[in-house]
Each structure stands twice: as C-alpha cells, then as structure tokens.
Design a protein around this ligand. Structure first.
Ligand SMILES: [Ca+2]
Length: 70
C-alpha cells in the first residue's frame, strides 16, 4: 500500500551523478560547463573528474557527456 513502490528511483541529485555538469549544476552539460573547465585548466577544480588537475582527459570526458545529464 506504500506510495513508494519498489520500481523506479527516488528523485534527487544524489541519485543521478553528473560530475560533468561542473559549473552551474543545471542538469545539462553545456558551454557554461565547458568554459568553467577551461578556466580551471591545469589545476584542481569542480571539472577535475579524474583527479590530478583539469586537463585533456577531463575535456574529452565533458565532450563525451555533452547534453542533458542521464
Ligand atoms: Ca551545466
């Protein structure tokens, strides 16, 4: 009788990790996040997905996940 059935996931940002939305957290990976990545290039930051500083790997990963978050 529970309103919360076993199917589906509870809504909430914690359940849909989208690290590539590293700037404004609006649920979409886009130009704003890209520019933030560039601004953080070479150093630590919210767009450093793999650790060790923002670089080409993070850039490619952001591009690969361009668009609405899953
Ligand atoms: Ca965004």
């Amino acid at each position: 009788m529970s309103l919360f059935s076993r199917r589906g996931q509870p809504p909430g940002p914690a359940c849909s990790p989208c690290p590539w939305d590293c700037d404004d957290g609006d649920g979409t990976v886009g130009i704003v996040d890209f520019l933030t990545l560039l601004a953080q290039w070479g150093g630590p930051g919210s767009c450093d997905f793999d650790g060790g500083g923002v670089g080409i790997n993070d850039f490619l990963e952001l591009l690969a996940n361009w668009g609405p978050c899953p």
